[in-house]
Design a protein around this ligand. Structure first.
Ligand SMILES: C[S@@+](CC[C@H](N)C(=O)[O-])C[C@H]1O[C@@H](n2cnc3c(N)ncnc32)[C@H](O)[C@@H]1O
Length: 231
């Protein structure tokens, strides 16, 4: 079986973003204020370790790095990472080609994990797996940024149709299933805080890390050497 047949979502997404990577930043430019709010919510500052998961062309990762944070940026589409690498020269970003569903990082390796405009590009199972991996490698929390449009009535249908005209084929299923709050609930996780950025279009959700710092300290002292308790 070819890799594409075994993982059609990854194959479809890589082909989609390979086509759009050169134009991506033009589309992303008007939502700079959303990235700014997310970087603030992640506490991007010197001494902070952040992971920008599904970083794309690295816009949010670079904003966090400019604020002094130590940033790792991961994505599984080489053409998007290539753009991020070109923009990141000399800014100290660590770029990693990785699948959000199986991250090559130890538990609680980062203070905060950012997951921006990526859940709507995934099928339901990948959304759950990625959220679980993000909360596993986070020490404090995961900040999820995504569309948050009305889903009912004529307004909802119009916004969905507008977004679907340029987004991946997964967008409609994501919104129909209830968007980010439903994905977080499906992963068995809870929302700590929800913020609306440009009400009716974008949202920023904060989700607690899988292992809270106080729990980790207790279990670290009771199970020495356990990799899942290291920080
Ligand atoms: C719409 S772009 C968002 C990029 C960036 N986070 C932003 O906010 O501008 C979605 C990105 O998610 C990446 N992506 C989707 N599923 C992924 C997965 N399972 N593992 C790694 N990257 C993934 C895609 O390759 C793409 O670069």
């Amino acid at each position: 079986m070819s890799p594409a047949a075994a993982d059609p979502y990854a194959a479809y997404l890589r082909a989609f973003f390979a086509r759009w990577s050169s134009l991506y930043d033009l589309f992303a430019a008007p939502i700079g204020f959303v990235y700014r709010a997310a970087a603030r919510q992640a506490g991007a500052a010197p001494g902070r370790r952040l992971l920008d998961l599904c970083t794309g062309t690295g816009e949010l990762a670079l904003r966090c790095a400019r604020l002094g944070a130590q940033v790792t940026a991961a994505d599984f589409t080489a053409s998007m990472l290539w753009r991020a690498r070109a923009k990141a020269r000399g800014r100290g970003l660590r770029l990693v080609e990785a699948d959000a569903r199986r991250l090559p990082f130890a538990d609680a390796s980062f203070d905060v994990v950012l997951l921006s405009f990526a859940l709507h590009d995934m099928p339901a199972r990948a959304r759950v797996e990625s959220l679980l991996e993000a909360t596993r490698v986070a020490r404090e929390r995961v900040i999820v940024v995504d569309y948050d449009p009305p889903t009912r009535g004529l307004g909802g249908r119009l916004v969905t149709a507008m977004l679907a005209s340029f987004e991946t084929a997964y967008l409609r299923g994501f919104l129909r299933a209830g968007g980010t709050p439903a994905a977080i609930a499906a992963a068995g996780l809870g929302v700590e805080r929800r913020r609306r950025a440009l009400p009716g279009l974008f949202g920023i959700w904060s989700v607690a890390a899988a292992v809270q710092p106080s729990t980790r300290r207790i279990s670290a002292s009771s199970t020495p050497g356990s990799s899942s308790t290291s920080s």
